[in-house]
Design a protein around this ligand. Structure first.
Ligand code: PTJ
Length: 263
């Protein structure tokens, strides 16, 4: 197993540890090889938001949690990346919101399904949907592996959390009438554009925060949760994400000019 010693005071410790979790997940068959590339793309966008959770992401998380808590049948879709990065938070969020976990893979291999199932069980999950021994339905709009859905999970869901999702699937879920929540560092991805709630943040920060929010908000009356969900404007929120990235880059330009002047 790849394991490097990361000094506690290393300035990029969190980022390197997250990378190690993805590499470890790949070695255990949890993460697809393409998942390594997807992670690298995420890292680049994380730089652009300043590697911390901005206020617009916090607002989107509140709307996401409100939608899950007020849903009739919420479901959390699990792929290799999210499972390797935040297995415990997946289980906790599932338990608090009553949203079952459904394994749904783009690069399906039976070994991967088994490895993800084991990781979720080790993290405390009881029931996991979407496994090969369960019945399956299809989303007609999709041709990829992800068109398979569990009839008791995404098939019956009104609200689906699809962290780190590919664009085709999000569009297809929208076409069949689902309310889609995503966590995606790229505010320009097709998933980010088409989702109803897009949390532009790193899943390693967003998922623990969403668990915390779910704990705090679970006792709110349904009408308050529905209002939070209704008042959220995803288009405006994505615009804030893009504006934030531009401002961050402008600040970097300013700093680079200062370094230029003093050298
Ligand atoms: O496990 P599988 O087989 O279902 O495959 C999963 C991947 C992620 C490989 C698959 O869904 C895929 O190819 O996804 P994409 O199209 O590369 O999209 C992934 C999106 O997630 C991109 O927009 C990335 O910027 C974003 N992303 C990557 N890492 C993170 C992230 N967003 C939030 N947090 C991250 N840590």
């Amino acid at each position: 197993m790849t394991k490097i010693e990361i000094p506690p005071d290393h300035p990029r410790r969190v980022s390197l540890e997250t990378r190690e979790a993805i590499i470890d997940g790949h070695e255990k068959d949890i993460v697809a090889t393409a998942g390594l590339l997807a992670h690298g793309r995420g890292e680049a966008f994380d730089y652009l938001i300043g590697e911390s959770t901005p206020s617009f992401a916090e607002e989107a998380m509140r709307a996401a949690v409100a939608a899950m808590l007020s849903a009739k049948h919420p479901v959390i879709s699990v792929n290799g990346n999210i499972c390797s990065l935040v297995p415990h938070e997946l289980v906790e969020l599932s338990q608090i919101t009553g949203a079952p976990l459904e394994i749904n893979l783009f690069y399906y291999r039976k070994e991967r399904e088994d490895a993800i199932l084991k990781a979720l069980r080790d993290a405390g999950a009881d029931e996991v949907l979407g496994t090969h021994d369960r019945p399956s339905d299809t989303i007609p709009e999709l041709s990829s592996n992800r068109r398979k859905v569990d009839p008791d999970g995404i098939g019956a869901a009104d609200v689906v959390l699809v962290p780190l999702e590919d664009g085709d699937r999000t569009e297809a879920l929208k076409k069949v009438g689902k309310f889609v929540i995503t966590i995606d560092l790229n505010p320009m991805s097709r998933t980010a554009v088409h989702a109803d709630v897009t949390v532009v943040d790193n899943v390693v920060r967003a998922m623990p925060r969403m668990v915390q929010l779910a704990r705090e908000m679970q006792s709110l009356p349904v009408k308050d949760l529905e209002r939070i969900r209704r008042d959220f404007d995803n288009r405006a929120n994505r615009r804030s994400a893009l504006t934030h990235m531009i401002a961050h880059l402008e600040e970097q330009v300013r700093l680079a000019m200062q370094i230029g002047e003093s050298s």
